[in-house]
Design a protein around this ligand. Structure first.
Ligand code: NAD
Ligand code: UD1
Length: 331
């Protein structure tokens, strides 16, 4: 299939482009490089040794999107492009609502015009809010604490309404848990700008000596060791989940958790990183981070049953691959 991958130069999408090409699909990338570099596309090409068509465009731009749909016989769209920094979304909600919602509308409009009936959307476990774990796809979504989370919940609703009105339109909404790690080649990975907000990139930068120590946000949560529990998933497993979702897509709207189903505490992740890489990670326990929840992990059984997909790579592989990329990566 010819697959339009929006945000294709980004962290999760670049790994998905590799998985798509390895599964025999052609990839067309649309990215405005607002949070990525063209080097990641070179990385994808080096890994797969295949060609990629790249459009440097903003996917909120209707005309630019139209040109791609008219130039290619597109079979499906995987819509990753989005802004994702929680704190920035609180400071600048309009930018987040505009970018993340308008992009979804522009792309679905083009799909309708050109008769493209496969659409896969990057959602987030954040839409579950503080529900009871494990999170199941059928749960009533709870309000998130930030505009970013709301853009995901709203995009899900928009896609659901469009699919309900157009029975041929097939949508797969993928709710990611906590993607970490990198391709084992070390050629593509996560490159956050500035000081990372997320745990694994912060840990790898402490390991590199760029940051002095990890600030652990609270150790008084009702969890095994008091630190927050998350469902970390290797980004290559996540990428393979997209290929499974694409190849098993049927009419209607389908929602899948893409996680491992296993919770890991902050302390456990730090220990696993130390064990995998033989590097000590100094840390200090500080106040809880506002908006954090204690527990977040998936019930991952639906994706297994319906897509035949499960995450295979363990925490040690996640830590090893994250460090391999960070170690070799030059800013
Ligand atoms: P990323 O920032 O690495 O990738 C997003 C890509 O989209 C970037 O290359 C950016 O340049 C591009 N982009 C943004 N707005 C655009 C626009 N208007 N037009 C064209 N390109 C645009 O982020 P990521 O971590 O790979 O996330 C990919 C998707 O998955 C996002 O939608 C994100 O919200 C979602 N998601 C990420 C996580 C996570 O932990 N990383 C968790 C849940 C959901
Ligand atoms: C964050 C976002 C969430 C988003 C997800 C994936 C917030 C409040 N939530 O979630 O909406 O979907 O990223 O992008 O930002 N931690 C530390 N020290 C750090 C960083 C994190 O102790 O320097 C802890 C956190 O308290 C948490 C765990 O590590 O318990 C994971 O944090 P993080 O990687 O930021 O992911 P989420 O909190 O799940």
């Amino acid at each position: 299939m010819n697959i339009l991958v929006t945000g294709g130069a980004g962290y999760i999408a670049s790994h998905t482009c590799v998985a798509l090409q390895e599964a025999g699909h052609n990839v067309i990338i649309a990215d405005n490089l607002c949070n990525s570099k063209v080097e990641s596309i070179d990385g994808i090409k080096k890994i797969t040794n295949k060609e990629i068509t790249f459009y440097e465009i903003d996917v909120t731009d209707e005309e630019a999107v139209d040109i791609i749909f008219s130039n290619h016989d597109i079979d499906g769209v995987i819509h990753f492009a989005g802004l994702k920094a929680i704190d920035e979304s609180v400071r600048n909600p309009l930018e987040y609502y505009y970018n993340n919602i308008v992009s979804t509308m522009v792309l679905t409009k083009a799909c309708q015009k050109y008769g493209v009936n496969r659409f896969i959307f990057s959602s987030s476990a954040t839409v579950y809010g503080d529900n009871k774990v494990p999170f199941e796809e059928t749960m009533i979504l709870l309000p998130t604490t930030n505009p970013y989370g709301e853009t995901k919940a709203m995009s899900e609703r928009i896609l659901t309404d469009i699919a309900n009105a157009n029975p041929a339109f097939s949508v797969s909404i993928l709710r990611y848990f906590n993607p970490v790690g990198a391709h084992e080649s070390g050629l593509i990975g996560e490159t956050p700008s500035g000081i990372p907000n997320n745990l694994m990139p912060y840990v790898t930068q402490v390991a590199k000596g760029r940051l002095e120590k990890l600030c652990m946000y609270g150790n008084d949560y009702p969890t095994v060791d008091g630190t927050g529990i998350r469902d970390y998933i290797h980004v290559v497993d996540l990428a393979e989940g997209h290929v499974a979702a694409l190849e098993n897509l049927t009419e209607g709207v389908h929602v899948y958790n893409l996680g491992t189903g296993k919770g890991t505490s902050v302390l456990e992740l730090v220990k696993a990183f130390e064990e995998a890489n033989g590097i000590k990670i100094p840390y200090e326990v500080v106040e809880r981070r506002p908006g954090d929840i204690a527990l977040c992990y998936a019930d991952a059984s639906k994706a297994k049953q319906e897509l035949g997909w499960t995450a295979k790579r363990d925490l040690i592989a996640m830590c090893r691959d994250a460090w391999r990329f960070e170690k070799n990566h030059k800013e």
